[in-house]
Design a protein around this ligand. Structure first.
Ligand SMILES: Cc1ncc(COP(=O)(O)O)c(C=O)c1O
Length: 365
């Protein structure tokens, strides 16, 4: 019997292992700028909330505590500018990767259905389509897609890997087109708080969705903005019919956010100070790496937001990976995100100040 994993692409990160080994042999040690995993401490206000909720012997609910739903709805209104957000418009989830990977399945999509995502994209959109047995489709411009059989359209602004931010006009046009064709838009906005040269806008903003959440859902994660990748804290917000259906399914299937993580999420969404502090750290690292990379002959494209610099030396990406590994610096090859990335590398800002300074020094000499 063929395994479900046969439907999936080869797990690409294993291909980096030899370069990790050679970069790690650098006398100054490895500078790992490959995976975008947070390295700074979990803010104290969040740890305190997690600890205070440590005595949680009972089952949590799939929909979360009223306090959590209130915190999510309040944040979506305050930070994203959405209006009229009620509890039925929010759903806490265990990590946004898990949602991206299982959403097509949970929406009941399968053979004959199509799921679209950007040509250069976070690989899990394709994985989710394949797990469901649906057809993955890439786009350059979503409104140019053939709407036949198209059930789910992923947006990702700011983008992983390119850091590109979609303009309000582009978002508006896509939402209008998708509504006209009855296609659900799910917007992965997990880097929304990390705009540098652009101010990312949510699909839930009334300027984009026209004040109705019909046919639109935004996905948010606390992994990047609050250094909580280890907690698996995320949520979806938007169309109440879609989220109600997901809630109904998940009540049967589990996928409950652990109670201490729910409490930690309430604290994280109620505190803007740690987000500003973390932003400042990333901004300094970004600026240092950007200057060093351009000084070393790299060209940076897009990268106006997110945790990455999308960089090229106008050569095959694996040559660039090898060159940087020679300096003890590990980056992600652009072809992990689709063949269109084959001449780029993705440089993550998620290393300590000390490691970033080491990378900058090596790129200078
Ligand atoms: C575009 C995008 N979406 C979702 C995720 C998953 O984040 P998490 O599962 O930590 O919420 C990532 C992680 O790198 C990402 O880059």
């Amino acid at each position: 019997m063929p395994g479900v994993s046969d439907r999936l692409p080869v797990f690409p990160w294993d291909r980096l292992d030899p370069y990790r080994a050679s970069a790690g042999a650098h006398p100054g040690g490895l500078v790992d700028l490959s995976v975008g995993t947070p390295v700074d401490p979990v803010p104290e206000v969040i740890r305190a909330a997690l600890t205070a909720a440590a005595d949680s012997p009972g089952y949590p609910t799939v929909w979360g505590t009223p306090a959590l739903r209130e915190a999510i709805a309040g944040w979506v209104e305050r930070r994203l500018g959405a209006r009229g957000v009620e509890h039925r418009h929010v759903l806490p989830v265990v990590g946004s990767k898990e949602l991206v990977a299982w959403l097509p399945t949970q929406l009941g999509l399968g053979p004959g259905d199509r799921v679209a995502f950007p040509r250069l994209a976070y690989p899990t959109y394709e994985v989710g389509a394949r797990l469901a047995g649906a057809e993955p489709v890439v786009y350059d411009e979503p409104t140019a897609l053939d709407p036949a059989g198209l059930r789910l359209l992923w947006l990702n602004s700011p983008s992983n890997p390119t850091g590109r931010v979609l303009s309000p006009a582009e978002l508006r046009a896509t939402v209008a087109w998708a509504r006209e064709h009855g296609v659900l838009v799910v917007s992965d906005e997990c880097y929304l708080e990390l705009g540098w040269e652009a101010d990312p806008v949510s699909v839930l903003h009334p300027d984009i969705c026209g004040g109705s959440f019909e046919g639109v859902v935004a996905v948010h994660s606390l992994s990047k903005r609050s250094n909580l990748a280890g907690y698996r804290a995320a949520f979806a917000a938007g169309d109440a019919a879609v989220l109600g259906e997901l809630l109904a399914i998940r009540k049967h299937g589990g996928m409950m956010v652990p109670a201490p993580v729910q409490a930690a999420t309430v604290a994280a969404l109620g505190d803007d100070a740690h987000v500003a502090g973390q932003r400042a750290r990333y901004q300094a690292r970004r600026s240092a790496l950007r200057t060093a990379l351009t000084g070393a002959g790299f060209r940076i494209e897009h990268s106006e937001a997110s945790l990455y610099l999308w960089a090229t030396r106008d050569e095959p990406c694996w040559d660039t990976v090898a060159y940087l590994a020679g300096l003890g610096i590990l980056v992600a090859p652009g072809d992990f995100y689709g063949p269109a990335g084959e001449r780029f590398v993705r440089v993550a800002l998620t290393a300590t100040d000390e490691r970033v300074a080491a990378a900058v020094e090596r790129l200078r000499s």
